[in-house]
Design a protein around this ligand. Structure first.
Ligand code: ATP
Length: 623
């Protein structure tokens, strides 16, 4: 394919301008809290360096190895100089001296290679250990966040932080740290060696230093900008990919593949252009430095050659100078190439810091109830509860009810009436704006979240199945739930029938999200999970999908089995599910508008009776 860097460069500039105009490249003030980056600050990196503290000895070893590597590298041209000036230039060349220098040279090469190898391996180990700890802490911190956080945050954004941003920190410790320390040392040693050989010629050589600085200064700004644009565009590609893969069914159902592929292509092309521009800028910088290095060598051949002819320096010294000048540019080039590594580490450290700074919106109380010594009778009370996800959009408006231990109650109402929100508050996924929610007479905010969630089991409409075996999915990877308990739970809810027929029974592998199981089978596994975990309260958000009559019968029987001996709250989409409920709460626009058992509500002839009349022909949701 014919490729034009200039064209890409021009396109890149146009894209950047357009994106700025459209506000896609956001200023810090416009970005979300998670993306806010103060590009110059090194605070984030300093805070993350606490993860490097346990490896101080390892870093010390790396510094020693870097010194050894550089000393051997600097010695080599000097050894050649000694061989030329002291052994070869004599009227009778000193063959024994040459042999000694040859041996010493080989030793320096072997020692240098060994030091470099050990240095890289140790550094990789340290870098990977650091990111392992950061990733683990990030994962734990993210999973502690309240649901409200996940409502508003793109999952792709979090995936990028845990995968890419931590990798950038690794590169900082492994590449930037090693390269900068080692190359800086190399420059110092080369300058030292040059002045040792001949101060005047060394001073002439230093003329290039300000030129190198000027070139670096000019390119630095361009490289930084190019780098930031590339990262922003890569982040967009990842977020787009994550969201589209998560919603792939919908995309396929609505035949949006082509449109989404077009959008993905646009994002990818824009990332490619930014990347090509970034590399183009970097390569131009490298080539300019290389040109300067070669011009310096040419100048040295002329100036140094003249000095040799006038016996100011020896030929071997000229050889050493030429080698040192070439070697002088290599570390400068390497250091400037690390500029991007530093930049990305700075940005990533800030982004990681932004995640760590998030305070979970739902916090455990300082002195939680000791559930082990508290006999919870599982009475549930809502006392004048008001709630809104967004201010000014009330979702629950003065909810009051009491559910006695062991009761089976149903919640019905049109879509958006607030049924699921009631359950979310009971599970303390969110906190009520005002009012109180009590379990066994104790406020839900007085429990540790982990205790509350072991008291209340939740089966949602869309049962989540993890990749693993059926048994793993019933015990949810908890090793203390034995195989017998798993089978007993499945038998209790009637899931054993279908599991037993599978080729590998309880060890049958299921795909992530349970795509190789039917809706009813997933429901039964979710019921078995509840029995295995044995919570005191069960919340069931009944599946809306139509099950065949046989599976529906099994699911109903399963539900009766789990509901036995525990308080059960069912959000019913089919009124048949709650026909026998002790009480039914009928909700409308965030309020409980009716309450009673099936017969009482029917005889009243109001909202529930209308729902019932319509439920024969259509779903409750259509009201
Ligand atoms: N995470 C959320 N963020 C913002 N608003 C939400 C959120 N979840 C629900 N809502 C809004 O709160 C209101 C009540 O929703 P809720 O899910 O509790 O209703 P529901 O009765 O359970 O409906 P359905 O039967 O369709 O599940 C709706 O207007 C909905 O748009």
């Amino acid at each position: 394919m014919k490729y034009s860097f200039r064209r890409t460069q021009a396109k890149h500039h146009v894209d950047v301008r357009q994106e700025k105009a459209q506000g896609k490249i956001q200023s810090v003030s416009q970005e979300s809290a998670l993306d806010a980056v103060s590009s110059r600050g090194i605070g984030g990196l300093i805070r993350l360096s606490t993860y490097a503290q346990p490896h101080v000895l390892g870093f010390a070893l790396i510094v020693v190895l870097a010194i050894i590597f550089n000393v051997t590298g600097t010695l080599q041209p000097y050894l050649v100089k000694v061989a030329i000036d002291d052994d070869l230039s004599l009227s009778h060349p000193n063959v024994h001296g040459l042999a000694v220098i040859c041996c010493v040279y080989i030793v320096t090469v072997i020692v240098g290679v060994a030091a470099n190898y050990t240095q890289v391996v140790v550094l990789q180990y340290i870098g990977q250990s650091i990111i392992r700890s950061i990733r683990l802490n990030l994962f734990q911190h993210i999973t502690r966040q309240a649901l409200r956080f996940f409502d508003k945050t793109a999952i792709g954004r979090l995936v990028t932080t845990v995968s890419n941003d931590t990798e950038n920190i690794n590169q900082f410790f492994t590449q930037f740290f090693l390269s900068t320390a080692s190359n800086a040392l190399s420059i110092i040693m080369i300058v030292f060696a040059m002045y040792e050989l001949n101060g005047r010629v060394a001073t002439y050589s230093m003329v290039v230093v300000p030129i190198v600085f000027a070139i670096s200064f000019i390119f630095r700004k361009r490289m930084r900008r190019a780098y930031q644009v590339t990262r922003t565009r890569l982040s967009r590609v990842i977020v787009f990919l994550a969201e589209n893969l998560a919603g792939i069914r919908i995309i396929q159902l609505f035949r949006q593949e082509k449109r989404q592929a077009g959008e993905f292509e646009r994002l990818n092309s824009s990332h490619r252009d930014a990347n090509v521009f970034e590399y183009g800028t970097m390569v131009s910088f490298n080539r300019v430095l290389e040109l300067l290095a070669n011009l310096s060598v040419a100048a040295m051949i002329f100036v140094g050659g003249d000095a040799v002819l006038h016996h100011v320096i020896k030929f071997g010294t000229l050889y050493a100078f030429i080698s040192y000048i070439k070697n002088f540019f290599a570390p400068i080039n390497a250091i400037t190439q690390q500029w991007n590594t530093l930049l990305s580490a700075l940005v990533s450290a800030e982004r990681i810091g932004n995640v760590f700074r998030l305070e979970p919106a739902i916090q455990d109380p300082p002195e939680p109830i000791d559930v082990a010594s508290f006999d919870i009778n599982a009475r549930i009370e809502f006392c004048n509860v008001f709630f809104a996800y967004e201010e000014a959009q009330p979702v629950l408006q003065g909810i009051n009810f009491t559910i006695e231990p062991g009761m089976f109650v149903g919640f019905v109402g049109a879509t958006g009436a607030g049924k699921s929100s009631v359950m979310s508050l009971l599970m303390r996924f969110y906190d009520a704006s005002t009012g109180q929610i009590l379990i066994g007479g104790r406020d839900v905010r007085d429990f540790r979240q982990v205790d509350l969630h072991s008291l209340i089991g939740l089966v949602q409409q869309d049962v989540y199945i993890f990749s693993g075996s059926i048994a793993d999915n019933i015990r949810l990877f908890r090793p203390d739930i034995s195989d017998k308990q798993v089978v007993d739970a499945a038998v209790t809810v009637g899931a054993h029938r279908f599991i037993d027929r599978l080729p590998n029974g309880y060890n049958t592998k299921v795909y992530a999200k349970g795509t190789n199981l039917s809706m009813g089978e997933r429901q039964l596994i979710a019921f078995a999970r509840i029995v295995a975990f044995n919570p005191r309260v069960l919340i069931l958000d009944e599946a809306t999908a139509n099950l065949d009559s046989q599976t529906e019968e099994w699911v109903q029987a399963g539900l009766q089995a789990v509901a036995k001996s525990r308080t059960t709250l069912v959000i019913a989409h089919r009124l048949s599910t709650i026909r026998n409920a002790d009480t039914i709460f009928v909700m409308d626009k965030g309020r409980i508008v009716e309450q009673g058992n099936h017969e009482e509500l029917l005889s009243r002839g109001e909202y529930y009776a209308t729902l019932h009349a319509n439920s024969g022909v259509s779903s409750v949701h259509t009201l």
